[in-house]
Ligand binder design. Structure first.
Ligand SMILES: Nc1ncnc2c1ncn2[C@@H]1O[C@H](COP(=O)(O)OP(=O)(O)O)[C@@H](O)[C@H]1O
Ligand SMILES: [Mg+2]
Length: 578
């Protein structure tokens, strides 16, 4: 509930709409409340009294009230639609901004499916609540209060009896809600699970086929689908029973009103006294019927409230997630970075897990060309991801050009320290567009030069610079994708360039050419290349050997072959003795 109220701050810009809509709503209910009184007048002063003009005036009045009421209702609805859509538009924007501010660590915590559900169906639920829930609450409340007042104005005895019946109805609908609420929650949770399964399946569509696991996936989906089916069916049946039951209660009260009112009119008539009239009975009956349905609605709305607050809670949970990497209040300019990197006693690990790298001390000079080698899981990626501050170290400091990287603006730092990630993702669009992603104004010449260094020219010329490539770069081979991604980072013109094992899909010859191209062409840049193959990093100024999260050796190829056991082992298997 608090969460729902929290989200209402998004309605701030729509205060006018909300106020107008509530006023129009109350107005429309008041118009419909007057109608039975007019009917009473038509019956008593027109029909019973035998005055034709009164019937006409009354009928005209009813028509006008109907028109006014519906127009007011229309205005109210329009204002609420505007406010509801406005709220969802702004919440969605904020959620997306939040996701854009996420660091890698944040993404490690959230599943894609969860993010999607929050941005789509949760926002929708809250919007529907603003549109329908508030409308229903106000309409029901005003109708109930209005009809009670009018009933008491019409006949106190009957009104007292009706109030008791109405109280009973409300309690019944509350009881119904308490049965329904857990079912609704369950339905929602199952829907989430289904969404996650679906999302994972679509993302991993190719893996499913490669392993021929369609039947397994079908069964998994079928299970989740079945659970939703079962819960929904239960909810549907319960509603199916509840609605006619409540309407039956309405019928009962009409019967009771007709019986009690009717006998009173007859006994008055027999005793030749005036009192309760036929018109009043009709009016009263109308009020009674008008009040039962809102009571049922009010019960339903409580369900709506709990659903919307559950969604609001999930939305707030996402909005509350703090990106762990923050921009300092007065950042040091990273503009003139030359590329001297220093690790001072740095340790780092993921979540609560053990250290992925421990106690790293390292100085890399500007313009130096560094190779990194080591077994999988030895911490190579973890080490380099810290340089553009994609993750925050647990202990120690990383200093670039004499300044702790925490003191730079992260976005400026990342412009200066470009990384090609291990699994390069390209966006749909042309190859040129992709290469210029990091720096759209760099121009064709820069893009072509970058592509040349990345050994991508032959296949780009063949495919065409502006040929569209799909999401995740389908239409290109793994090695081609890697080269476009390398060109993309080079084109952005960073002072520090990091390649995280992105030449793995290239043949040895091309891989070596890429390394050599980068080393030779980007003489001023500090370059760090992670590779599994000694051949491609052999000519580095220094090679770092990683093992179990630690640096076990640094030096030139020839030195390491003679001094470092791990390196010698790798060299032996790759026939790279000399
Ligand atoms: N996103 C992650 N969440 C949790 N643990 C991770 C994550 N990425 C890597 N690790 C763990 O950190 C350790 C080092 O991994 P990594 O730096 O990727 O090694 P390398 O790049 O040398 O293969 C491994 O034990 C790995 O399981
Ligand atoms: Mg790695």
């Amino acid at each position: 509930m608090i969460y729902l109220l929290k989200l209402f701050k998004y309605l701030k810009n729509y205060t006018r709409h909300m106020v107008a809509s509530m006023l129009f709503l109350v107005l429309s209910v008041i118009f419909s409340m007057i109608q039975p009184k007019l009917i009473e007048w038509v019956i008593d002063q027109g029909i019973t009294a035998g005055i034709l003009s009164n019937i006409l005036y009354g009928a005209l009045g009813i028509l006008l009230l109907g028109i006014f009421g519906n127009v007011a209702n229309l205005f109210s609805g329009f204002s609420l639609i505007k406010a509801g859509q406005g709220l969802s538009h702004e919440v969605r924007s904020d959620l997306f901004k939040k996701i854009l501010s996420f660091s890698f660590l944040n993404f490690d915590k959230w599943r894609t499916g969860e993010l999607l559900v929050r941005l789509n169906s949760d926002v929708n639920t809250v919007r529907m609540f603003v549109r329908m829930g508030l409308f229903m609450i106000v309409q029901s409340m005003v109708t109930i209060i209005g009809s009670i007042i009018f009933m008491f104005l019409t006949d106190v005895r009957l009104a007292t009896i009706m109030s008791i019946i109405m109280g009973g109805t409300f309690i019944l609908s509350l009881a119904f809600v308490s049965i329904m609420r857990p079912l609704f929650m369950k339905m929602r949770k199952r829907l989430d699970e289904l969404n996650n399964t679906l999302q994972e399946n679509l993302a991993g569509a190719k893996v499913v086929r490669a392993f021929n696991r369609q039947i397994f996936e079908k069964d998994k989906f079928h299970g989740k689908n079945m659970e939703i089916y079962k819960v929904s069916l239960k909810v549907g049946y319960l509603f199916g029973v509840f609605m006619p039951f409540m309407l039956f209660l309405g019928n009962m009260s009409v019967t009771l009103v007709l019986w009690l009112g009717g006998t009173e009119i007859i006994s008055n008539y027999n005793a030749h006294t005036t009192g309760f009239t036929l018109g009043q009975l009709t009016a009263f009956n109308n009020y009674a019927m008008m009040s039962i349905f809102p009571l049922v609605m009010l019960g339903m709305v409580l369900n709506f409230v709990s659903m919307a607050s559950a969604s609001a809670e999930r939305i707030c949970g996402l909005l509350k997630e703090e990106p762990d990497i923050v921009t300092p209040a007065s950042p040091v300019s990273a503009h003139n970075i030359k590329g001297r990197i220093e690790f001072r006693a740095v340790s780092f690990g993921y979540g609560d897990g053990e250290d992925a790298i421990s106690d790293i001390n390292l100085v890399i000079e500007p313009g130096e060309k560094i190779g990194i080698i080591g077994g999988t899981g030895s911490g190579k990626s973890s080490l380099v991801n810290l340089i553009p501050r994609l993750y925050e170290p647990r202990q120690g400091k990383i200093i670039i050009d004499g300044v702790d990287i925490k003191d730079y603006d992260p976005s400026e730092l990342r412009k200066k320290a470009g990384i090609v990630l291990q699994d390069p993702i390209l966006f749909s669009g042309g190859i040129r567009e992709n290469i210029l992603y990091g720096n759209p104004d760099a121009g064709d010449e820069r893009a072509e030069h970058a592509a040349e260094i990345a050994q991508a020219i032959p296949f780009i010329t063949e495919k065409g610079w502006d040929t569209a490539i799909g999401e995740r770069g389908t239409g290109l081979s793994g090695g081609q994708r890697q080269r476009v991604a390398i060109a993309r980072t080079i084109a952005a013109g960073p002072e520090i360039i990091i390649l995280d094992d992105v030449t793995s899909s290239l043949d040895l010859e091309t891989e070596k050419k890429v390394t050599r191209g980068i080393y030779d062409e980007l003489t001023n840049a500090t370059v760090i290349i992670i590779s599994q193959k000694i051949k491609s990093i052999k000519e580095s100024d220094r090679i770092i050997v990683m093992d179990k999260g630690r640096i076990t050796g640094i030096g030139r190829h020839e030195e390491l072959v003679s001094t470092n056991d791990i390196y010698r082992q790798i060299a032996r298997t790759q026939n790279e003795y000399i």
